[in-house]
Design a protein around this ligand. Sequence first.
Ligand SMILES: *[C@@H]1O[C@H](CO)[C@@H](O)[C@H](O)[C@H]1NC(C)=O
Length: 137
Amino acid sequence: MKCVTVFLAIVLLSSAANAKVFKRCELVKLLRDTYHMPHLATWVCIAQKESNYNTAAVNKQSGDHGIFQISEKYWCNQGNRGCGHKCSDFENDNISDDVKCVLKIYKETAKFQGDGFNAWTTYSQCKGNVQKYVQGC
Ligand SMILES: *[C@@H]1O[C@H](CO)[C@@H](O)[C@H](O)[C@H]1NC(C)=O
C-alpha cells in the first residue's frame, strides 16, 4: 500500500516536472520569435481561455489536451491520422508539436468552416480587439 502511494507520488511529480505554466509575455515571445505564428494575439487569447497558459491542462470530459486544448476526438491518439502524436505529447513543456498541430487544425478547419479558429469554442471570446494579449511584450 505504501509502495503504491510512493509510486503514484513519483508519477505525479515526474509528470508535473514536464509541465509548464507560461507567463503571458513569455508565450507571446515564443510564439512570435520562435514559431512566427500568424494571428498571434488571437492564439494567445485562445491559449488563455483554453488552459490559462498551462501546458499540462487536460479536460477529461471533452478529451482536450495541453495549452491549446487539442481534441483527442480528431487530432491525437489516432496513429497517422490527425496530428500523428500521442495526446501526452501535447501536455509537456515543449509546445513545438502543439504549435504544428494547431496550425494544421486551423488549416483543415478553414477548408470547411471558412475561419480555422472555429475549431475552438473559446474563439467566440477572442474575436474583436485582442491586442491586450500581446501588449507590452
Ligand atoms: C521540442 O521538440 C522539437 C520536436 O520534437 C525539437 O526539435 C526541439 O529541439 C525541442 N525543443 C526543446 C527546447 O527541447
